[in-house]
Design a protein around this ligand. Structure first.
Ligand code: FMN
Length: 461
């Protein structure tokens, strides 16, 4: 039987995320994002199709590099406007039993004490179905608006802060309250046994937290830690602390190399690589037949907005793509510092001379993620081959049309995957950690550095 893939819907609390211009399609429902009923309907759809969860991207800032302004981002709703995804979670959890939630939250402008409380609250209210996607924020708008700085902090500094941030938050989640601290003894008037709640006494470079965590222990205590950084430092931090890594490789051989490198690094840090799930971002356009799916894809491509795609791409790369001729191969401007971007697209197709127009067409549907277009069998075959050839645990499924593409996936692809035994039909254990690693694994495993902060019950000591 095929290995069962973990499947998350990749989404964003705004009208549009990675795809550019497709929000104009009559079937797109992105404009409903301010309506809680939209999200609860979505949650029920995902749960009925046995999705493992929904994963919310989030940004502290906005894309403002294209033409030196946020204007084209606003016109295409290019990740702006955007509401805070955390507030959606309790409502979506209330209408589901098993669906899990990944929430992106940056370490750049927050402090561990507050973030730990936010995620403990979410872990309580979801009965342990919450994950935290740790990001370090690359947006200059975020730096200006949140920290009164013109530029984002240097890459290494952002990661040093992130590493310390995770460490402090984990101390609060694991090390402050003993399991049996909450006694709710009405007779003797003791709600919490004070001898079982401990100061974490933390004093470090970026943070100082002398006291106790504000929340009582939640089902998972530490939320499942997700991460998506692809740089050597990002991979190192993931290998040390992540339990699920969100990959964005352009093809299977590249993904396999990334997965193998991550697993090797995890071993170097004394961790079992099986304790890190890997999820590839992928966009799926599906229909009843290959022909219908291809027709749908062509329809979407016709809607792609050049300026919307370039507004996003300029934000992601830090370049102003308006300074290049849309139809001139970018190799001519290599000297101007486009090396990273060029390598990315040369890897997609080394023979091709990539122009900004080509990049807009490629990224217009699903951003830089690979796109699978097809009927049930084609999509199931392709997803299965990504699993088999790379050793990943599953996928984060992005969309071109909000709600509609995932609905199509549940209708056309999920039954085929389930028929093949490649997707789950029931859940193992109630928490997200158990969904990923099996029943009974609700808490951080022993080989995770955070487990060292765990307090034994005072009585057991
Ligand atoms: C698939 C994927 C999804 C990401 N989602 C977010 C996000 O929602 N918010 C964010 O601020 N950064 C996001 N990032 C950015 C990364 O978390 C990270 O900050 C960025 O890749 C720079 O780190 P690196 O130099 O280690 O790659 C994402 C990256 C990838 C690859």
């Amino acid at each position: 039987m095929a290995k069962q893939m973990r499947v998350f819907a990749f989404d964003f609390n705004g009208p549009a995320h990675l795809s550019a211009g497709t929000w104009r399609h009559p079937k797109d429902r992105g404009h409903e994002y301010t309506n809680l009923k939209y999200w609860t309907e979505y949650a029920k759809l995902l749960e009925s199709a046995n999705f493992d969860g929904i994963f919310f991207a989030d940004n502290d800032g906005y894309h403002e590099n294209y033409k030196g302004s946020v204007a084209d981002s606003l016109k295409d709703a290019a990740q702006i406007p955007t509401n805070d995804p955390a507030y959606l979670i309790p409502a979506m959890a209330a209408v589901t039993e098993n669906l899990s939630f990944g929430v992106t939250s940056s370490t750049a402008y927050d402090v561990p004490y507050k973030l730990a409380r936010k995620f403990s609250t979410l872990d309580h209210l979801t009965d342990g179905r919450i994950g935290w996607n740790v990001v370090t924020s690359y947006s200059t708008a975020a730096a200006r608006n949140l920290a009164n700085q013109e530029q984002v902090a240097a890459h290494a500094d952002r990661y040093n802060r992130a590493e310390e941030f995770i460490d402090v938050a984990t101390r609060l989640w694991e090390g402050s309250w003993e399991d049996d601290a909450v006694v709710v003894d009405k007779e003797n008037g003791v709600y919490v046994d004070p001898s079982k709640v401990h100061d974490i006494n933390y004093e470090g470079t970026h943070f100082s937290v002398p006291g106790i965590h504000q929340c009582e222990p939640s089902p998972q205590r530490t939320p499942v830690i997700f991460q998506a950084g692809g740089s050597p430092r990002g991979v190192e931090l993931a290998a040390k602390t992540a339990e699920a890594v969100f990959m964005n490789a352009i093809d299977k051989p590249t993904l396999k190399k990334q997965v193998d490198a991550l697993r090797e690094k995890a071993v170097e840090f004394g961790r079992d690589p099986e304790h890190i799930a890997t999820l590839q971002m992928i966009t799926v356009i599906s229909a009843a037949t290959d022909e219908e799916a291809q027709a749908k894809y062509r329809e979407y491509l016709n809607l792609v907005s050049y300026d919307g795609a370039m507004a996003r791409y300029s934000g992601w790369t830090g370049l102003d793509m308006a300074s290049f001729d849309p139809d001139k191969p970018l190799k001519d401007v290599e000297a101007k510092g486009t090396a990273t971007m060029l390598t990315f697209f040369q890897k997609v197709d080394a023979e091709k001379e990539w122009t900004p127009s080509d990049i807009a067409e490629y990224t217009g549907i699903g951003g830089t993620s690979p796109v699978i277009v097809g009927g049930p069998e084609t999509v199931a075959d392709e997803l299965s081959s990504w699993m088999e050839e790379t050793g990943i645990s599953g996928f984060n499924i992005a969309n071109a049309l909000k709600f509609q593409d995932i609905k199509d996936f549940t209708e056309f692809v999920v039954p085929e995957l389930q028929k093949r035994g490649a997707m789950r039909t029931s859940f193992s254990g109630p928490t997200l950690r158990e969904h990923l690693f099996g029943e009974g694994v609700a808490r951080l495993p022993e080989d995770h550095p955070g487990s060292a902060y765990r307090k034994q019950s005072t009585e057991a000591r």
